[in-house]
Design a protein around this ligand. Sequence first.
Ligand code: DC
Length: 209
Amino acid sequence: MVIAVDGPAASGKGTIARALAAHFGLPHMDTGSLYRAVGLAVLRAGGDPADAALAAKCARMLDVTALDDPALRESATARAASVISAHPEVRAALLECQRGFARQPGGAVLDGRDIGTVIAPDADIKIFVTASLEVRARRRQAETPERDLAVVHANLAERDARDSGRDAAPLRQAEDAILLDTSAMDREAAIARAIALAEARLAEKTALR
Ligand code: DC
């Protein structure tokens, strides 16, 4: 069983994907961390994330087993990740490891921007998690309270525009994805709703077989 969870930054998709993985006993991949690791490698090489050739080289050299650097969560890394992820060469270099993860026996849960549209278009369950920009900015700021809400808001708006506006695998809801708007939900309510939606979709699919 493959579960695809997509959505914009700070929508809660990571939390929901981890909860679904625990609920169904499946392995989970946070594909954003792959793009973050490439962005970080470019920054550490003193390069410009807009440099497609350098970013693609970093993507091809990526050690996918070492994605626990705390610097991956920094906002400069998030911005670099959003820039390098628009290069088709970078996306091509990261495609196979994501598809391979999705294909493993028993299945998997993957979260990102293009899981339901590109990485696993045949996923059994697709959930598109979203929340208003205001709610996402407040949530993100709560994780790093020293940051100014207006700055967090502006950073998220910039990332939304870049992630949705690019030509290569832009962020968008797959036609067969279930929409989950978590704007008015707390963490527990969003998780409970996602599990209920996934169970319902699974029951529907089983009944059709
Ligand atoms: O989910 P995240 O915030 O960790 O993702 C960081 C960036 O990586 C995001 O702004 C766009 C990119 N990304 C992507 O293009 N495709 C994915 N499947 C996951 C992330």
